[in-house]
Design a protein around this ligand. Structure first.
Ligand code: HEM
Length: 200
């Protein structure tokens, strides 16, 4: 078969490569956050005014972060311990999956406007200050894009369209887009914290 004919593709599709990359990717994200925090502390200025969150913002944010946390912990702990996601971990992964599939469209509809990436502030001086600073906005779009990919890879896997190689490729895309989603969610959470304590 095509995948078995190449040792590199076989390693990648088995999930072993992902297992080896995972701790470095997570450590890299923590290092980036530490670096950003250091720079934010060194170049500390007056924080820009921000609009306050309402109860709906808090609810949808906690729902999204909670489901990503369940998905990330179940998947990564299982992969690091046994090399694959099976049994109770897969069972709890499915709870997170249902919650994220419901939360993502609501998050997109609720927050897309507040996370617009504008090259220049809109003319006419908007009456309300922006809710998020640049890092939060960027991470919001990464969360939406990777969340869409992570969900769709599993949903289209249920169609009787893909053969064994296709399903393994989809699972691989699922793994890496899930990793991107977890890192983006952690960075978003950090960016909100930085904003809260008045560093941005
Ligand atoms: C933060 C989001 C997510 C992360 C980090 C994540 C991570 C992973 C990883 C690493 C695996 C492969 C484990 C292995 O190598 O055996 C996996 C498997 C799986 N994931 Fe996710 N996932 C996420 C979201 C989702 C969502 C939203 C769904 C459903 C819509 C889902 C459904 C599944 C299923 C069914 C499997 C088992 C696939 C199989 O073994 O054939 N995951 N996930």
């Amino acid at each position: 078969m095509y995948l078995q004919s190449s040792p590199i593709l076989a390693l990648a599709s088995s999930g072993e490569l992902f297992r080896q990359i995972l701790p470095f990717a997570l450590a890299g994200a923590v290092a980036l956050i530490a670096l950003h925090l250091l720079l934010a502390l060194i170049y500390r200025g007056n924080p820009a005014p921000r609009s306050k969150w309402n109860w709906w913002d808090v609810l949808i944010y906690l729902g999204t972060l909670g489901s990503v946390a369940v998905l990330g912990v179940t998947a990564f702990v299982a992969v690091m311990r046994t090399g694959e996601l099976l049994g109770w971990m897969l069972f709890f992964h499915m709870f997170g999956a249902g919650a994220l599939t419901a939360a993502l469209p609501v998050l997109a509809l609720s927050w897309a406007h507040a996370n617009r990436l504008e090259l220049r502030p809109a003319a006419g001086g908007g009456s309300r200050p922006p809710k998020f600073f640049l890092l939060s906005r960027l991470m919001f779009w990464v969360i939406l894009a990777s969340g869409f990919v992570v969900t769709m890879t599993m949903l289209v896997s249920m169609l009787p369209t893909f053969g064994t190689d296709g399903l393994l490729t989809l699972l691989n895309i699922h793994r890496y887009s899930g990793l991107v989603l977890v890192i983006a969610a952690v960075m978003h959470f950090y960016s909100v914290g930085v904003q809260r304590v008045g560093l941005q």
